[in-house]
Design a protein around this ligand. Structure first.
Ligand SMILES: Nc1nc2c(ncn2[C@@H]2O[C@H](COP(=O)(O)OP(=O)(O)OP(=O)(O)O)[C@@H](O)[C@H]2O)c(=O)[nH]1
Ligand SMILES: [Mg+2]
Length: 1142
């Protein structure tokens, strides 16, 4: 990059009003990087001939090879628009679903986005996803309808057809935006109304109810002006383009041209060029109703026809004369070598890029329509600052004051520095500007020349000396003379060698990876060498402010505050695509790279000079990492290198997770197959630089229980004895002797288990949760986690100012659960929820059905919030002693189930009985809870159950009273360990047995998959889907094209190699996008064995041929080193007979 343009950018950085931070978003392959190329070429960074072919921002080798972007990268461009000069910080993002986390990191740093839509394919799944992301981050989008050339050369549409087609696509895009907008308006309206209600109830104004309370649901939508949110060419936020051919236009450009030509006012043309208007040549008027009157719409006549004619002349007919005419009438210059080129596209882009340069159309739209950093809305600021459930107005006052700093985006000296780092990216240290060879200045060149001259002179002198020495001594042997000459190396040369020798280790040291933070300055000026605070995501400004002395700066010696560290900003960079330029300071409103943070920041962080600054809300990632592989070095001795490499990879990728499993395996979790491949390549080539082997993907499963099936495998009604068989199976599995006298299972599935010291007994029963409940819990896991945090802090006696919105969400969740848990079985269940699990927020429920135990439910915080605003704590007395052990046992049981040690899902464990022996409580009277008195008798077991001969009476279970007393008397010297631990283990075991007493099923993760394919290859796509147990949900034809859009679901377990297979079978015509969608129960029972005659006939003795669930389960068990019951070949004779018959 030349000094001049660098200086220019540095000057432009100081004027935030003329800065635009924007990213390019789209579905995969819609042409983001190609468009970026065109914009980069407009700055002279690459040649305009190569624009679109080079894909400059795809700097990685694999990106170029595969032709898809994998990392988002930024570049700063300048653009003169009218009188003003603008600085554009442009970020190109990947479109493949696997890399959607890269999109999140890009969107966070921007104020606006260019959304690209392929004019042929229209709105695709990722288009919707990116529009949603832009919406969530509150950034403004503009639209580019790209690949217009395909309408002409591939679809062969006429200009009129193309117009209709474009209108439809625009409608589709607007429908997506509309849906987002509507939900937001309704939400806001609800909030306002509630506020009003609260106000009115506070002011005690009594209004006559019922009179005017008609619920008008549409009111909010009509009032709000949303026209600016939609894409419409007459609004100036749509550009039609073909990035590959280098042209693009907005209708304003044509309005300008034709207003001069036809003498119609530009504003009128702007309004009418797009839409149902036509030109009445006689009356010289623009009229409405082109379609009804069968006239050519204005857009077709004045715009599209010109382009269609040009393509026809240049590409289709290659009519030289006509082309020449058009060239002169357009007033463009074409070089001879372009017009003579054998590929007509070269000539075409030479003409188009001068006539309608795409960069001009896109960049002027960007400058005009996208907001500058100064336009940041207070709403966005508040959202960025309110972490988790915190209410913005509950933040400390000094923190709230920082809002102004954001809004002002000031670069004054006193403005606090606020920077957000959205990701860390690895750079080869050689590529850093400090270590790069730069062009030399004139003085340096002169100096070097002088040095070289000197050296040359020295060498000449030395040679002469040697010559004269040899001559004078006249040695007899030649060899000796040369030896002498060599030994006498002149000084100059030896010093050169020395300097070379010194340099080598330096070079080696430099050749390693360093990390650069991808960041944006929201306020203040960052300077090189500045001391700043790094705020982790869990940093609490209230705590920080109370612990730090008043006016504390990062440069002082700072006391230790959790999640806060100090560091120096070593180097600042301007991001220029493949290159970095060093900067001394970066003012507010700019995107930049920061070096030297790798030891302080893992993936993202907030940086500030003020300890009052809150950490920004976490990035929202759309993709869930789901594909796991275990990694090993090829040579075991290289393990440390692998560990280091994986650590680096973890830091360099926003979404990849690296963990060590209990088995000691190093596991990498990625978003999908392509992502996995990229991570492995990165490990091999950059971070670990060793050979590694990756296991087959480890597929996650879930375990669940279902209602007893009514039909057997051959569709016959199941009798009672089959259900009994299941119970027997459980009994057989229980290890003989050790547990048999403490474990009891009744036919209803209630499992009672006594701890080894016989002091506590729990009775647990597993119930399948309705599917909707599981789905709801899965979807609200974040909320449940927040709920758990709130409860935890209440239990610890701290008060947490929860935002009313979160409280409302929690109340909503409760209401929804209550709505879904209907029926006799679930009576009052919602109020008795004890905990969620695993990890306290999973999709399983622990229910308190213990009679006489009035435990506060998980919804406790709601009651508190209703009662009073003042902080209040849990009444500690109402929690029974050892309550926590029950919860822990439940957490452990749900974390790994009995089938193949995978987490449970959709299971409710109802604790029906929980008895603690009197003696135990007497020992610890101070901790005994008053509510727990008198619960040692079996109250919870229903009559019919206790009457069952299989269920022991409490005396039998507990054993003779004397014995108990003796054991209890041993007190802390109990040979079974502390009671709490025993209770955890007992609870866990009880849950597992209760689980096994019900029909068990395996759940598989499912991908949704959208495939676009042409009619010819449709059959093959179905073939591949069928083979891999996929299910087609629907199939539709894309209007105006010959493409079919198929959406299907596919088990993750069957998805590996799916994309490749589809691509191979269809010769690259169809390529699927796989996104994790949900969990699904496999209907077949993994433990099923034929019991009836019919089943035996149907499935044979082993009956494992078709049991998909068994196959999956055994595969997991084998991988985990668990016992697998399998029969190997039994009747080998049969095979012999087969051989004979041949
Ligand atoms: N016909 C036509 N092809 C185009 C146009 N723009 C881009 N392409 C082609 O579309 C393909 C994808 O282009 P890219 O720019 O890599 O697409 P992308 O959106 O960056 O893709 P990802 O980064 O992988 O999401 C390339 O083969 C381009 O040559 C266009 O205007 N017309
Ligand atoms: Mg790309």
């Amino acid at each position: 990059m030349g000094h001049k343009s660098l200086d220019k950018i540095i000057t432009l950085q100081k004027n935030p009003a003329n800065i635009r931070n924007l990213c390019i978003l789209a579905h995969v392959d819609h042409g983001k990087t190609t468009l970026a190329d065109c914009l980069v070429a407009s700055n002279g960074i690459i040649s305009s001939r190569l624009a679109g072919k080079l894909r400059y921002l795809d700097s990685r080798e694999d990106e170029q090879l595969r032709g898809i972007t994998m990392k988002s990268s930024a570049i700063s461009l300048h653009y003169a628009f009218g009188e003003k000069e603008y600085l554009l910080n442009l970020i190109d993002s990947p479109g493949h679903v696997d890399f959607s986390s890269e999109v999140s990191t890009a969107v966070r740093l921007c104020d606006g986005a260019i959304v690209i839509v392929d004019a042929v394919e229209g709105v695709c799944p990722q288009t919707q996803a990116v529009l949603r992301q832009a919406w969530l981050e509150n950034i403004r989008p503009v639209l580019v309808l790209n690949k217009m050339d395909r309408l002409i050369s591939e679809l062969k549409l006429t200009s009129l057809e193309a117009f209709t087609h474009l209108q439809k696509i625009l409608e589709q895009v607007n429908a997506v935006t509309g849906a987002l907008f509507t939900s937001k308006v309704l939400e806001e309206r609800a909030e306002k109304e509630e506020q009003k209600e609260r106000d009115s109830s506070r002011s005690q104004v009594e209004e006559t109810p019922g009179a005017d309370q008609v619920y008008d649901w549409s009111a909010g939508l009509e009032e709000t002006d949303d026209s600016h949110l939609y894409f419409s060419p007459d609004q100036g936020n749509v550009v039609f383009a073909s990035a590959i051919d280098g042209w693009g236009f907005s209708i304003q450009q044509f309005a300008h041209i034709y207003s001069q030509k036809m003498g119609i006012r530009e504003e009128v043309l702007c309004k009418t060029l797009w839409g149902d208007f036509f030109l009445n040549a006689k009356a010289k008027k623009i009229m409405k109703g082109a379609q009804a009157k069968g006239k050519k719409p204005l857009f077709v006549q004045l715009v599209l026809d010109n382009i269609w004619t040009l393509y026809d002349a240049v590409v289709t007919r290659r009519d030289k004369e006509k082309v020449e005419k058009m060239v002169t009438s357009l007033g463009v210059k074409v070089m001879a070598r372009d017009s003579r080129h054998s590929d007509p596209k070269v000539l075409l882009s030479a003409i188009c890029s001068q006539w309608l340069p795409i960069s001009q159309a896109v960049l002027s739209m960007v400058c005009e329509k996208l907001p500058s950093p100064l336009d940041i809305s207070t709403e966005r600021v508040e959202r960025l600052m309110s972490v988790g459930a915190r209410r913005f107005d509950s933040l400390p006052e000094r923190t709230q004051d920082l809002k102004n700093a954001f809004v002002q985006c000031s670069s004054e000296a006193e403005a606090p520095v606020i920077v957000f780092v959205s990701k860390m990216f690895a750079v080869d240290a050689k590529a850093l500007p400090q270590n790069k060879q730069r062009p030399l200045t004139h003085e340096e060149i002169a100096q070097r020349r002088e040095l070289a001259r000197q050296r040359h002179a020295d060498r000449m002198a030395a040679n002469q000396q040697a010559q004269s020495f040899a001559d004078s001594t006249q040695l007899s042997s030649d060899t000796q003379s040369t030896q002498q000459a060599v030994t006498k190396i002149p000084e100059g040369v030896s010093s050169q060698l020395e300097s070379l020798a010194v340099k080598e280790p330096e070079v080696q040291e430099v050749a390693k990876e360093t990390f650069v933070a991808f960041a944006r300055v929201y306020s203040g000026v960052v300077r090189r060498g500045q001391r700043v605070f790094i705020l982790g995501p869990k940093y609490d400004p209230a705590q920080g402010l109370s612990m730090l002395p008043e006016g504390c700066m990062a440069s002082d010696s700072v006391p230790a505050v959790p999640h806060l560290t100090c560091c120096t900003l070593d180097s600042l960079y301007l991001l220029m695509g493949r290159e970095l330029e060093e900067l001394d300071e970066v003012p507010s409103g700019n995107v930049l790279g920061i070096g030297g943070l790798e030891d302080f920041v893992l993936k993202s962080a907030t940086i500030s000079t003020s300890p009052a600054c809150p950490p920004f809300i976490p990035l929202n990632f759309e993709a869930t990492p789901i594909v796991r592989v275990a990694i090993e070095p090829k040579h075991p001795s290289e393990m440390p290198k692998l560990v280091r490499g994986m650590r680096l990879l973890n830091q360099a990728d926003p979404c990849a997770e690296v963990l060590i499993q209990e088995t000691g395996e190093h596991v990498l979790v990625t978003a999908g197959e392509v992502h996995l491949q990229r991570c492995l390549d990165d490990l091999r080539q950059r971070f670990a630089k060793i050979e590694i082997t990756a296991s087959k993907p480890i597929i996650p499963f879930r375990e669940t229980v279902v209602r007893p099936p009514k039909l057997d495998m051959v569709n016959e009604e199941l009798g009672r004895q089959q259900k009994m068989a299941i119970i027997h199976q459980v009994k057989e599995e229980a290890p003989q002797g050790r547990l048999s006298d403490t474990l009891h299972v009744d036919p209803g599935g209630l499992v009672t288990l006594t701890t080894p010291n016989r002091l506590a007994t729990v009775g647990v029963c597993a119930i399948p949760l309705p599917e909707e409940v599981t789905r709801l819990l899965e979807a609200s896991s974040e909320l449940v986690r927040t709920l758990e945090q709130v409860n935890m802090s209440l239990r610890e006696g701290r008060s947490l100012q929860v935002s009313p919105r979160t409280l409302e969400d929690i109340a909503n969740l409760k209401a929804q659960l209550a709505g879904l848990l209907q029926g006799h079985k679930w009576k009052n269940a919602v109020d008795h929820i004890w905990a969620f699990g695993p990890r306290r927020y999973g999709p399983n429920i622990l229910l308190n059905s213990v009679e006489g135990y009035q435990r506060p439910s998980v919804w406790h915080c709601l009651d508190l919030a209703e009662k009073a605003a003042e902080p209040c704590t849990f009444p500690p007395a109402s929690l029974r002693d050892l309550d926590n052990s029950i919860v822990s046992g439940f957490q452990l049981a749900t974390l790994s189930g009995p089938m193949c040690e995978e987490p449970l899902m959709g299971v409710c464990f109802s604790v029906e009985r929980w008895d603690l022996q009197q003696t135990q409580r007497q020992e610890r009277p101070s901790q005994a809870a008053p509510g727990s008195e008198g619960v040692e008798t079996v109250k919870a077991v229903p009559e019919d159950r206790s009457a069952d001969p299989e269920v022991a009476t409490p005396e039998e279970e507990v054993g003779p009273g004397e014995d108990t007393l003796r054991r209890a008397g041993a007190g802390s010297a109990d040979c079974y360990g502390p009671v709490s631990g025993q209770l955890i283990a007992a609870m866990k075991e009880a849950c597992r047995h209760a689980f096994q007493a019900k029909p068990q099923r395996l759940m598989v993760a499912m991908y949704t998959c959208e495939i676009m394919a042409t009619a010819e290859v449709l059959g093959r796509v179905y073939g591949v889907l069928g083979k891999r147990e996929g299910r087609v949900l629907h199939e539709e034809m894309k209007e105006g094209t010959d493409m079919f859009l198929i959406s299907a679901v596919l088990p993750v377990a069957e998805s590996f190699g799916f994309a490749d297979e589809i691509r191979k079978r269809t010769s690259g015509l169809a390529s699927p996008q796989l996104v994790f969608s949900h969990w699904e129960v496999i209907p077949s029972d993994p433990y099923w064995v034929p019991t009836t005659e019919e089943e035996y006939l149907h499935f044979g003795e082993k009956a494992d041929s078709a049991n998909q669930a068994l196959k999956y389960m055994n595969a997991v068990r084998r991988r985990k080193g668990l016992y697998v019951e399998e029969k190997t070949v039994e009747h080998a004779e049969k095979q012999r007979t087969l051989g004979k018959n041949k």
